[in-house]
Design a protein around this ligand. Structure first.
Ligand SMILES: [Zn+2]
Length: 150
């Protein structure tokens, strides 16, 4: 799924529950979010309805309860969401932003080994400098205040 993800911060809370449990009734979701974030039943129901109408979750009707299931994969959705954020920032800042993330996010040995491999691979074809891509630039000269006219 390469479309833009439009899941609000509040709606993400519901997605996290459904990704973790695979499926849940509205009662379960309401109970979890009341305990975790102190949300009122009506608040949670509003966000569930929004996610259904945005088609990020779907409903099946059991005997007496509605059961909600995610329609999008967790990792894929996180990746797309993150790339949406990276698309918003200057490419000159992307490296520092990633370094900040790596410094502050908990990682396992396996995660770190995967990153080390990736970085070595990426280094083979990395440019010396990346131009600022914030303004429409004439091919030869950037006019932003961060580059020296790359
Ligand atoms: Zn820039």
């Amino acid at each position: 799924m390469n479309e833009k993800i439009e899941i609000s911060n509040s709606e993400w809370e519901i997605m996290r529950i459904l990704w973790t449990l695979n499926k849940a009734t509205s009662r379960q979701i309401i109970t979890i979010l009341e305990a975790k974030l102190g949300w009122k039943e009506a608040t949670t129901k509003t966000f569930i309805t929004r996610l259904v109408s945005k088609r990020y979750i779907r409903t099946i009707k059991d005997q007496k309860a509605y059961i909600y299931l995610p329609t999008v994969q967790e990792q894929e959705t996180i990746d797309t969401q993150l790339m949406t954020n990276f698309d918003k920032i200057c490419q000159k800042h992307a490296g520092m932003t990633l370094a900040h993330l790596i410094k502050n996010v908990p990682l396992t040995i396996t995660d770190i080994e995967r990153l080390e491999k990736l970085l070595l691979e990426k280094k083979k074809n990395a440019p010396e400098v990346l131009p600022c891509n914030c303004l429409p630039i004439s091919q030869d000269k950037c006019t932003c205040n961060k580059c020296d006219g790359i």
